[in-house]
Design a protein around this ligand. Structure first.
Ligand code: AMP
Length: 209
């Protein structure tokens, strides 16, 4: 199965993407996580991506496409769920082209929907473990002094989650990513992202089955 998940910041695509990938045995390819890892390891890609990620801007398409293509190739262009890619029409066209060269295409696109004020509230309060990536919220912190309950790592706000950056990223989403809904019209599944993670997950599974 070849899936995409997208939605505004704070719609829960990271959480739902991981669960859907696990449910259907897919490789979850999250470009944001890949860039954050590359930046923390100071790889060549990380060095190129850092200033863009920190400022809430899109990493240039050629860098992003190279990173994604390598992961797709490793799985023979099948059994994947892409989270955070494509982010604009040009990336979608490149992805279509790469897949077509392997007689493949995207089978379903999950578009998570939440109102803008919910996105803002979720993201501005979000805190993330710098070691394992587990998400918290300032209203639901870890048990002990911003130390991750799961791995003991430091829990902090992502640089790109600062309020001024979140507004910029939401604008980018509306201007560049939302038009992908018409690009994928025939395979689009609109999913209400409000409610508990379990509720949203069952909506997704129902919609795919
Ligand atoms: P995310 O975790 O999906 O919100 O991504 C975090 C950051 O990684 C974004 O704000 C961008 O700087 C970068 N990024 C992730 N995916 C892409 C993409 N498909 N194209 C360009 N930049 C991306």
């Amino acid at each position: 199965m070849r899936l995409l998940i997208f939605g505004p910041q704070g719609a829960g695509k990271g959480t739902q993407g991981r669960r859907v990938a696990e449910e259907f045995g897919l490789d979850a390819i999250a470009t944001g996580d890949m860039f954050r890892w590359a930046i923390s390891e100071k790889t060549d890609v990380g060095i190129k991506a850092k200033e863009f990620v920190d400022e809430g801007k899109l990493v240039p398409d050629d860098v992003t496409l190279a990173v994604v293509s390598e992961r797709l190739e490793a799985k023979n262009f099948d059994d994947f769920l892409l989270d955070g890619f494509p982010r604009n029409i040009s990336q979608a066209d490149s992805l279509d082209k790469v897949l077509a060269e392997h007689s493949a295409e995207i089978e379903a696109v999950l578009a998570l929907e939440v109102p803008e004020e919910v996105s803002l509230q979720r993201i501005v309060g979000r805190r993330v473990c710098s070691n394992c990536g587990r998400n918290y919220h300032e209203d639901a912190p870890p048990e002990e002094d911003w130390t991750c309950d799961r791995c003991g790592g430091q829990v902090e706000r992502r640089a790109d989650d600062a309020p001024e950056n979140v507004k910029k990223r939401l604008r980018l989403y509306h201007d560049q990513t939302e038009p992908l809904k018409s690009h994928y019209q025939g395979v689009l599944h609109m999913i209400d992202g409000m409610g508990s993670p379990d509720e949203v997950f069952s909506r997704i599974v129902d919609s795919l089955r």
